[in-house]
Design a protein around this ligand. Structure first.
Ligand SMILES: [Zn+2]
Length: 474
C-alpha cells in the first residue's frame, strides 16, 4: 500500500501523542497506535514493515512463549521491535512500530516479534504478513470474547497470508490443520506415562476425521483434544513432528528435544505439560528463524525464565501458591485444577493437604455483573474432587454458581466455603487443615490475589502461637 497524506498525518499525530505521553511519563500505552488507526484505518498496511516479522498466536501460552523467544534473541545479540510492554491487538502492534520508526516512518530495526491476539488477526495479519507464525494451540476460551475455537480457526484460515511459514502443534489437530496450503513445520511431545487411552475431560473439541468425518481413533489422549489420532476409514493421521520432546527429566528441570532426529537437552522452567509445550514451541520457532539448536539451548540455560503465572512461598512450613487460571477459560482452569490435584502426589498417594481459593469471576465482566456461567460446565471441577483437597473457597459475584458446580462435581458440602466479598476470602480458611494453600486468580485479579496471599500468610504465621495458647489453656 502506498503512503498517502492521510497516513503521514496519522503518523505525525501518533508520534506527537507518543511524545506527550513520554513527557508525562506514561509508558506502555497503545494510545499512539489507537490514534493512528482512528485517523488512518489501514495504517498498518501503509506503515513500512521491518524486513522480518515473526508472529506468535494461539489460545494459551502466547505471552510466555513470546517472552521466551524475545529473551533468547536478546541474549544472542539481536535487536528487534516487539509489543512486550504493550497490547497484542492491532493498536499495540501499531504503537510498537511507530515507536521504533524514523521521522517518516521507516523501521529502525530489521526484525519484529509480535504476540498477536488471534481474535484481532483480521486487523493485523493481512497487513503485517508475518514471515513466520507460531500457533501454540487452539482451545475454547471465553465465550464472550472468543466464541468457539472453530470460529477462531476460521478467522486464522481466512487471514493468514499466503506464503507465511507456520509453526504448529502436531498434537492439536485443530491447530495442525490451519491453512493446509502454507509451508509448515510441527512440534509435539512423544507419548508420556500420564497419557491415557480415553479422554478424562468434559470438553474435547475434535472427535471426527477432518477429511471424511469418520469417528477418530485415538492412539493416546493427553488432555481435551490434545493427543494423537488417526482415521480408520481414510488413513488421515496426526502429522509427524519435526521438533519432538522425547524425554522429560523433572528432577533436573531438563527435557530432550529431537530436532530432525538429532537429540539435544534443553532447560525447563517447570515440568507441567503446558510449560513443556511452551518451551518446545519457542525452540521450534527460534530454530525455524535460523538459530542453531545449541545456541538456543545455551541461551535458555542462561535465562531464568520468569514464571509470573506460578509463584510459591513458604510460611511456617506451609506453602502458599499463586496459580494463574484465566477466568472464563475452561481449558486453562481445567489444567490448573489437574495441577492442583497432582501437586505433591507420589506413588504412595497424596502427600499433602490442600486448600484452594478460587477467584474465577471475570474482572471486567464482574463490574457489570458476570453474565455468562456456561463455561463453568465445560470446566473439569471434578479434578478438585480428591482426597488431597480439604477445603475449597469460592469467592466473588458468582460464588453461588461456583458452589453449585462444585456440588455437581460431587465435592462434599463440608469442604466448600463461599462468600461474595473477594477481599474477605482468606477469613474462611481453616489453616490447621491444610499444609498447602492455592490461590487461583485471573490475569486481571493479580492485585487481589497478592492482597489475599498476604492475608493467608499472616493467618499461617499466627498458627504456632495459637497452638501454644490452646496448649496453655488445655
Ligand atoms: Zn477420515
Amino acid at each position: 500500500m502506498k503512503r498517502n497524506l492521510r497516513f503521514y498525518f496519522a503518523l505525525f499525530f501518533a508520534k506527537g501523542t507518543a511524545l506527550v505521553l513520554k513527557l508525562i511519563r506514561r509508558k506502555g500505552t497503545s494510545m499512539p497506535g489507537s490514534w493512528a488507526i482512528i485517523l488512518c484505518p489501514d495504517f498498518l498496511g501503509r506503515m513500512p514493515r521491518p524486513k522480518t516479522v515473526i508472529g506468535i498466536t494461539g489460545t494459551n501460552g502466547k505471552t510466555t512463549v513470546a517472552n521466551m523467544v524475545e529473551d533468547v534473541l536478546s541474549d544472542r545479540g539481536y535487536d528487534f521491535v516487539c509489543n512486550r510492554s504493550g497490547t497484542n491487538v492491532n493498536t499495540g502492534v501499531a504503537s510498537s512500530l511507530i515507536a521504533n520508526s524514523t521521522f517518516f516512518g521507516k523501521p529502525k530495526k530489521d526484525l519484529a516479534i509480535f504476540e498477536l491476539d488471534e481474535r484481532s488477526s483480521p486487523k493485523i495479519l493481512p497487513y503485517l504478513k508475518p514471515d513466520l507464525l507460531l500457533c501454540t494451540n487452539l482451545f475454547r476460551d471465553s465465550f464472550k470474547r472468543n466464541a468457539h475455537m472453530e470460529f477462531i480457526a476460521d478467522i486464522l484460515n481466512t487471514y493468514i497470508p499466503d506464503g507465511t511459514r507456520l509453526v504448529l502443534n502436531a498434537d492439536d489437530l485443530i491447530c495442525a490443520g490451519l491453512r493446509p496450503e502454507n509451508p509448515r513445520v510441527y512440534f509435539g511431545i512423544d507419548q508420556m506415562p500420564s497419557d491415557q487411552a480415553v479422554c478424562r475431560n468434559i470438553v474435547r473439541d475434535i472427535t471426527t476425521c477432518p477429511q471424511c468425518g469418520t469417528k477418530l481413533s485415538w492412539d493416546f489422549v493427553r488432555y481435551h483434544h490434545i493427543g494423537r489420532a488417526h482415521c480408520p476409514a481414510c488413513g488421515f493421521r496426526s502429522p509427524q513432528a519435526q521438533y519432538r520432546t522425547t524425554a522429560i527429566d523433572g528432577e533436573n528441570h531438563r527435557m530432550t528435544v529431537s530436532i530432525e532426529e538429532k537429540p539435544l537437552e534443553f532447560p525447563l522452567p517447570n515440568e507441567t505439560t503446558i510449560n513443556v509445550y511452551n518451551s518446545l514451541s519457542a525452540i521450534a520457532l527460534l530454530s525455524e528463524f535460523g538459530l542453531a539448536p545449541e545456541e538456543i539451548a545455551s541461551s535458555m540455560d542462561k535465562l531464568s525464565i520468569s514464571e509470573t503465572r506460578y509463584h510459591e512461598e513458604e510460611v511456617n512450613g506451609k506453602k502458599v501458591i499463586l496459580h494463574l487460571a484465566k477466568g472464563q477459560n475452561p481449558i486453562a482452569c481445567s489444567r490448573a485444577f489437574e495441577n492442583i490435584r497432582d501437586y505433591g502426589r507420589t506413588e504412595a498417594g497424596p502427600a499433602c493437604k490442600k486448600a484452594v481459593i478460587l477467584f474465577l469471576d471475570d474482572y471486567f465482566d464482574a463490574r457489570h455483573s458476570v453474565e455468562n456461567t456456561a463455561w463453568l460446565f465445560d470446566t473439569d471441577f471434578e479434578f478438585l474432587h480428591d482426597d488431597s483437597v480439604c477445603q475449597i473457597i469460592a469467592s466473588g459475584a458468582r460464588h453461588w454458581d461456583v458452589t453449585l458446580r462444585l456440588l455437581l462435581a460431587d465435592i462434599p458440602q463440608e469442604k466448600i466455603s463461599h462468600l461474595e466479598d473477594n477481599e474477605q476470602a482468606a477469613s474462611l480458611l481453616r489453616p490447621q487443615d491444610a499444609d498447602t494453600v492455592f490461590i487461583l486468580y485471573d490475569v486481571y485479579t493479580i492485585g487481589l490475589a497478592n492482597h489475599v496471599k498476604e492475608q493467608v500468610k499472616e493467618i499461617l504465621a499466627r498458627l504456632p502461637e495459637e497452638r501454644e495458647e490452646k496448649a496453655h489453656e488445655g
